[in-house]
Design a protein around this ligand. Structure first.
Ligand code: SAM
Ligand code: SF4
Length: 379
């Protein structure tokens, strides 16, 4: 019995945040001192995650992605992968990671039944890496990419969040990585997750992004002065009531850059791209540079309406089922799990949540998620 929402979309994909903790502090995701983390007892234990996924699979879920926070910092993650891989019906099991711990875990994860990984990487410059991720180092992430490839965790996808003035001058270098390696290079539009509540500027943000990358006034040019100090200064301007040490709404608005503009820049430098199909891709649109082995994809959830093809729901690390990334509504699964709910009762909660999946995000109406950071939702 598949899960079908009120708009006829089949929901067959669950993204599970296995922890809200992370060993990085990416400027667009977490404050430098870390986002507030849930007490340990509120985090789902493996048995609970596996039970939810088993029931999900009985309801037609075929794709599962483990994410976080950083999933590889959760103790015994390999055991969870083994247990999820054994659930009948799950055909595609993947994991999104910052890659830092992959040199240690790639082989074990593959042996445990993980099919593939997406690795987040926003820059190929070590100094800039420290400014954006603020922990870890580029060398280990690159070693992680190699380890994943050697372990057969493919097709391997690289996620780059593109920020005007911070790393957009690297989009062509990233695109060229697809020429000789069988990588899917994915350019992700900066998303307004956990902007300050009731942020009036959201309308401007949408107008800006909808205009397909017109340069905003107040453009921030950082790479002209690519020092750690200038990044730090920019990234640390907390407004009253805001989480400190993380991009604020105004900064994100200035730094937003549309997929269309990124594509234009790549084609200007490398030639026109042909459409390509990447079997495991959901809402991304994929292309190939002339003669390239790998592919290029755009995750344009802000400027393109990918909502109508949305096939997923999320389970937060603390056990809430979230039907839409861009809307704060969630259903508590942890309490029923811990108070003796039957499988049938859990199944009904899944179906109830699916019925309340919004048709599309409402950023243009000024409605953005404000309740949690991306690391807490499970990006
Ligand atoms: N820690 C893992 C990682 O970085 O791959 C998994 C969790 S992370 C939240 C998942 C993805 O969300 C990453 O590719 C990250 O770059 C992306 N992300 C986080 N905050 C974002 C934002 N505000 N806009 C766009 N992408 C974001
Ligand atoms: Fe951590 Fe991933 Fe968020 Fe970066 S994007 S802080 S690696 S959860």
């Amino acid at each position: 019995m598949p899960m079908i929402d009120s708009f006829g979309r089949v929901i067959d994909y669950l993204r599970v945040s296995v922890t809200d903790r992370c060993n990085f502090r990416c400027v667009y995701c977490m404050p430098e001192e870390g986002a507030p983390i849930a007490p340990k007892e509120e985090i789902l234990i493996y048995e609970e995650i596996v039970r939810l996924l088993r029931i999900g699979a009985e309801l037609g879920v075929r794709k599962v992605r483990l994410t976080g926070g950083e999933p590889l910092v959760r103790r015994d993650i390999v055991t969870l992968v083994q247990q999820v891989a054994a659930i009948p019906g799950i055909e595609d099991l993947s994991l999104t990671t910052n890659g830092f711990l992959l040199p240690r875990y790639a082989r074990e994860l593959a042996d445990a039944g993980l099919h593939r990984v997406n690795i987040s990487l926003d820059t190929l410059r070590p100094e800039r890496f420290r400014a954006i991720a603020r922990r870890g180092n580029l060398e280990d992430v690159l070693a992680g990419i190699d380890a994943a490839r050697e372990a057969g965790l493919t097709p391997l996808k690289i996620n780059m969040v593109v920020m005007r003035g911070a790393n957009d001058d690297e989009v062509v270098s990233f695109a060229r990585l697809s020429l000789e390696s069988p990588l899917d290079i994915r350019f992700i539009e900066l998303m307004p997750i956990n902007w300050s509540a009731g942020d009036e500027g959201m309308r401007d943000f949408f107008a800006l992004s909808a205009s397909n990358g017109a340069k905003p006034s107040g453009n921030i040019t950082l790479y002209a002065n690519d020092s750690l100090a200038s990044f730090k200064q920019l990234f640390r301007q907390p407004a009253p009531g805001e989480q400190r040490g993380m991009l604020n709404a105004a900064q994100m608005r200035c730094m937003f850059i549309s997929a269309a503009e990124i594509r234009h820049r790549i084609e200007e430098a490398c030639g026109a791209m042909e459409p390509a199909s990447v079997i495991t891709n959901g809402p991304a649109s994929s292309f190939r540079l002339p003669g390239a082995v790998g592919t290029i994809s755009f995750i344009s959830q802000i400027t393109n309406d990918i909502c109508e093809r949305c096939n997923r729901m999320r389970i937060t690390a603390d056990g809430f089922l979230r039907p839409c990334l861009m809307a704060d509504g969630e259903v508590d699964m942890r309490t029923p799990l811990r108070s003796g709910a039957t499988d049938e009762e859990i199944r009904r909660l899944f179906l109830l949540t699916v019925r309340h999946k919004p048709r599309e995000h409402r950023l243009e109406d000024g409605l953005a998620p404000t309740g949690r950071n991306m690391s807490q939702i499970g990006g």
